[in-house]
Design a protein around this ligand. Sequence first.
Ligand SMILES: C[S@@+](CC[C@H](N)C(=O)[O-])C[C@H]1O[C@@H](n2cnc3c(N)ncnc32)[C@H](O)[C@@H]1O
Length: 234
Amino acid sequence: MRPTWDETQFADGSGEYYDDAVRHLMNMAIASGFSPSEVFYHKDLWTRFQVFADWQFNVLLKHGLQSHHEFLDIGCGVMRPGMKLVPYLDDDRYCGIDPIRGYLDLADRYMQKVVQRNKQYELLASSNCDLGRFRRRFNFAMAHSLFTHLSFDQNEHCFCRLKEVMNAGGQFLFTVCLGDDREEDFIYVNDTPMTHSLRRDMSFFQSLAEKVGFRFEFLGRADHPTQLVCTATF
Ligand SMILES: C[S@@+](CC[C@H](N)C(=O)[O-])C[C@H]1O[C@@H](n2cnc3c(N)ncnc32)[C@H](O)[C@@H]1O
């Protein structure tokens, strides 16, 4: 029998990181075939779920997201901010892309069963950041807890694809961990396309801004509980 949240939440002594908002979702993940070791190990995806969801939602509103805007979530995982954004946005305004189809299917089932808003959204399973496949242009985009796990080339590729799909003046918010922020690199378990967390500094994004053509701004902590925050304006 597969363990559920109640049986394993303190198994590695880090149960304090999980909040009630994610309990049902984690149990659904395990019931639908995710290995418990992946669910409980893959901390960045599940921990502080509500705190991060609230931060993501609030920072987007603070930067001017409105309900009629087209929104893109890169590396959307299980649609953590999508749980709040889909109800907030007009119909069919939320798009998410992630290589792991299991996350997208899980998010989709959770949206239908629990969030239950009669709204369309579009999810795409891809690791190649082929954002043109959405066939729309976006006002806002976000990559939360993504870039630190990708290679420099993948980062650059993502900005190039974004440049093609963002409206003029469109804003992209993203988070990063810097070398002095995180002492040890880490790698995800199982068959994910994630790489080691790479150390980089802001000059990397500044030079990308000049090369690709966007305005880069470093926002510092910006009230994020654990990471640093940046914007790219296209
Ligand atoms: C730490 S999780 C963050 C998920 C989500 N942004 C959140 O805050 O809940 C990183 C996500 O990036 C996804 N990912 C990994 N490689 C990717 C790539 N090349 N393009 C897009 N997403 C990717 C992973 O599958 C995972 O869902």
